[in-house]
Ligand binder design. Structure first.
Ligand SMILES: C=C(N)C(=O)O
Length: 131
């Protein structure tokens, strides 16, 4: 740990699948690592639909936010990575329910592959509440 940054570990988020922290706080911002749709209780990728997996990614990010004293609604920008842009509408339907008002900025990117073979991953930058 150094004075200008500290890492965040969330008990409610699945363990990291590589050499990264759940999040890093610096200068009033929380930089959340990408969350893949792992169930934090089982450590397994969730099945179902890409909407289910999108919700799992966002729930995992919410846990990381909570560990830093923030909420997902404090996010200023998220990035959605997917291997299947054919499911863009389904991703948006699930995603949109998390941000009914004034949604954060977002980037959506189609990629060739994602960790553990999943089809969606989401990261976030979050503004920490003052105080
Ligand atoms: C899942 C990740 N965020 C990673 O492997 O970097």
């Amino acid at each position: 740990m150094s004075a200008h940054r500290h890492t965040v570990t969330a008990l409610g988020a699945p363990g990291a699948v590589g050499p990264y922290s759940h999040g890093v706080v610096s200068d009033g911002l929380l930089f959340c690592s990408g969350q893949v749709p792992l169930d934090p209780e089982t450590g397994e990728l969730v099945g179902g639909t890409i909407g289910d997996r999108t919700r799992r990614c966002l729930d995992n990010l919410a846990a990381v936010c909570g560990a830093a004293g923030a909420q997902l609604a404090d996010a200023v920008r998220l990035t959605v990575y997917t291997t299947d842009m054919g499911q863009f509408a389904a991703i948006n339907e699930a995603y949109g329910a998390y941000f009914p008002n004034d949604p954060p900025a977002r980037v959506a990117i189609g990629v060739a592959a994602l960790p553990l073979g999943t089809d969606v991953e989401i990261d976030a930058v979050v503004a920490l509440p003052a105080g």
